[in-house]
Design a protein around this ligand. Sequence first.
Ligand code: UGA
Length: 427
Amino acid sequence: MHNIAVFGAGYIGLVTGACLAQLGHRVTVRDIQPRRVDALRRGEVPIYEPGLGELIAENWERLWFTLDAREALRAAEVAFICVDTPPTSSGDADLSRIWSVVEDLRGAPRLTTLVMKSTVPVGTGDQVRSALDAAGMAHVGYASNPEFTAEGTAIRDFLKPDRIVVGAADPAVSDLVAELHRGIDGPVQTVSVASAEMAKVASNALLATKVTFINEIAAVCEATGADVEEVAVVVGLDHRLGPHFLRAGVGYGGSCFPKDARALRATASNCGLPLPLLGAVIEINDLQARRAVARLKSQLGGLRGRRVALLGLTFKPDTDDMRQAPSAVIAARLLSEGATVTGWDPMAPQLTDNPWDLVERKDSVLAAVADCDAAVLVTEWPELKDVDWGKAAEVMGDPLLFDGRNLLDPAEQVRHGFTYMSVGRLT
Ligand code: UGA
């Protein structure tokens, strides 16, 4: 058992803190937002992540929440940095929150090890090492321990990982970080700090590339009469390629792929390397949601005065996260073409900024699609499989359904009376 301070009570910090407590450690999570800390102290979880509330409740006697860095560090031997590293206007990651935590570590009485979980550009570990040395904390060991948890499945991904990556210069530090994960069934891969940092962004970039590749193939399928779902099954049966991340759709979103792809490209550019493959992935993905609107526009013969329902607004199911959600691009494009837009989502917060201030939120799918010319399925919430689509077709005028995630059965939707469109599939 170790005493651990976790800096950052966002998705990564809360999942990391709760899972470390589950492994038997005593964990104090520190955040700088008073409302967030107050809510957590009352036992309320400020984000939606399946199983997280239960895990926090189960480990309540080993978990504390505080605004005060000193309190978090009073007993801590290990500190985890789990703050966000949002993109700056140049595409480089903004590391200001990281530097502020490093500053907070000064004078920590029992600290022996600092572990970086936040996604950072390659080379950050070296800079943190220098900052620790300069601040009189040369005795504090440093490790990069990137996370590979996806929203919606984060607890399972943490506790049953494909790998636990530990990047450290000092074998004693690697051993300690590996020991912190004792009880987890997953191989520990010990590498250099720079390799751990690179492996994290390379993994996300390759996954984003895989999604983008199948989206490109889907467009060719549409033009040639092949079916991307069938193609993906066949491709995925090759064990060298694997079946995952081959679901065609309206493009990837979220707080990770778009940001990490851009940050990796920025890192390469800073070294004078253009990275054309990743550049193409970023560009193609930026087009994907717009392409969906263009197809809808051409099918409807224009969007002005049309009423369109967006079904599913979060960037993926099982999260309340709207960051870089394709729904925002689709909503903005529809509105700027003169359409009226309604929206349904079981978890998305009611946002008030553009374009959401102009999207009429409804609390059921049927209410969202009523009197609409078209419905666009943007996020594959499982609930959407159970909708009474026959009824939905009835309450729409001349119903058009654009299934942006290939969730539904085309033949069945046609039977319900829909003009049915999807991504790279035969109707
Ligand atoms: C991603 C990675 O999967 C995690 O391993 C990583 O730890 C995390 O980023 C991170 O860096 O923190 P996440 O962004 O939560 O996790 O979600 P994913 O399930 O990877 O989905 C990313 C996007 O790709 C979503 O918009 C999803 O709809 C899209 N996607 C995914 C597809 O369009 N098709 C697919 O086949 C798979």
